[in-house]
Design a binder for this molecule. Structure first.
Ligand code: NAI
Length: 342
């Protein structure tokens, strides 16, 4: 049996034992940009979730084949393809979680901000449709530059009177996934146990891993801190260069995005122990959006883990101050774009 089937069997047994059969597979998830490098493996991972009943795949190209292929996996969710602006509304109706990896990725030599001109418009259009068709959904923005596309999404939702800051998330999970992996490798600790909060934003120096807050507690030399911080900040570029023009991080990103989807679904399902880092509207600093650890619940963000920002090392405090001007400019660029007259 595969792990999904084992889990299903185990849960049935537990349900019989408690005489309270748990309704599984009850959430609807939509992936917008589902035929892309991230979208396809992400859709596969979401198809494996026992919490998902319906998986809606939307793209402007090639999505029918992706859905046909995935629909043969023997997990319960029903997979449906949607393509073209005329089907976007149907892709979104009744959806609990919308994930947006639509847009163009980086090529070698490009920054995430270089993607702004194309991706800003794509995110704006897609979020307009979300506002109209499923304003209550959790919205996960993957399309870069996240530091600007999340503020764009917030403005679009505000313009339509449906903005709920507790339910709009910039997906920065990959930064945490990378930080955990690199720290475990460097310090030879058990990977499964490592958790490094990553705060700030999702580009270059705005990505700030708080290595001093690593759990379980690990000590680093100054040199290790510098090396690890720079590697985590440039890990996306490491992949872009290794792929040499064939795209950016897609598989690790799909893994990270699927983790964030699963966390959101667990929160929606009533699990009271769900924590993730995400780039969200925030009052932790003077910046209107900021990535930090949050507690997720049925209604979205339930709490901010303020303690992460207390007791920072000198290195982290300086890095935090240094990232603020860049992050502020990216946020303002997004807000200005969303509010400019057509
Ligand atoms: P890709 O080019 O392989 O796929 C993008 C997909 O979006 C394509 O299938 C394309 O047809 C689709 N698309 C384009 N315009 C669309 C529209 N208006 N509506 C619906 N679908 C549309 O790109 P990839 O590698 O999947 O990357 C997607 C985005 O994710 C990029 O912006 C990239 O920078 C970002 N990214 C974000 C990361 C993060 O940590 N948040 C990490 C890695 C990438």
């Amino acid at each position: 049996r595969n792990s999904y089937e084992r889990r299903a069997v185990k849960q049935n047994i537990q349900s019989v034992a408690s005489l309270q059969p748990k309704v599984e597979a009850s959430f609807k998830v939509a992936v917008l940009g589902a035929a892309g490098g991230i979208g396809q493996p992400l859709a596969l991972l979401v198809k494996m979730s026992p919490l998902v009943s319906n998986l809606h795949l939307y793209d402007i190209a090639n999505v029918k084949g992706v859905a046909a292929d995935l629909s043969h996996c023997n997990t319960p969710s029903e997979v449906l393809p949607f393509t073209g602006p005329e089907q976007l509304g149907d892709a979104l109706k009744g959806v609990d979680v919308v994930v947006i990896p639509a847009g163009v990725p980086r090529k070698p030599g490009m920054t995430r901000d270089d993607l702004f001109n194309i991706n800003a418009g794509i995110v704006k259009t897609l979020v307009e449709a979300v506002a109209e068709n499923c304003p209550d959904a959790f919205i996960h923005i993957i399309s870069n530059p996240v530091n600007s596309t999340v503020p764009i999404a917030a403005e679009v939702l505000k313009q339509r009177g449906v903005y709920n800051p507790k339910k709009l998330f910039g997906v920065t999970t990959l930064d945490v996934v990378r930080a955990n992996t690199f720290v475990a490798q460097k310090k030879n600790v058990k990977l499964i146990d490592v958790d490094v909060p990553v705060i700030g934003g999702h580009a270059g120096i705005t990505i700030l891993p708080l290595l001093s807050k690593t759990r379980p507690s690990v000590s680093f030399t100054n040199e290790e801190i510098e090396q690890l911080t720079v590697r985590i900040q440039n890990a996306g570029t490491e992949v872009v260069e290794a792929k040499a023009g064939a795209g950016s991080a897609t598989l690790s990103m799909a893994y990270a995005a699927a983790r964030f989807v699963e966390s959101s679904l667990r929160a929606l399902d009533g699990d009271s122990d769900v924590y993730e880092c995400s780039f969200v509207q925030s009052e932790l600093t003077e910046l209107p959006f900021f990535a930090s650890r949050i507690k997720l619940g049925k209604n979205g963000i339930e709490a901010f883990l303020n303690s992460d920002l207390q007791g920072l090392t000198d290195y982290e405090s300086k890095a935090l101050e240094a990232l603020k001007p860049e992050l502020k400019a990216s946020i303002e660029k997004g807000i200005a774009f969303a509010n400019k007259q057509p």
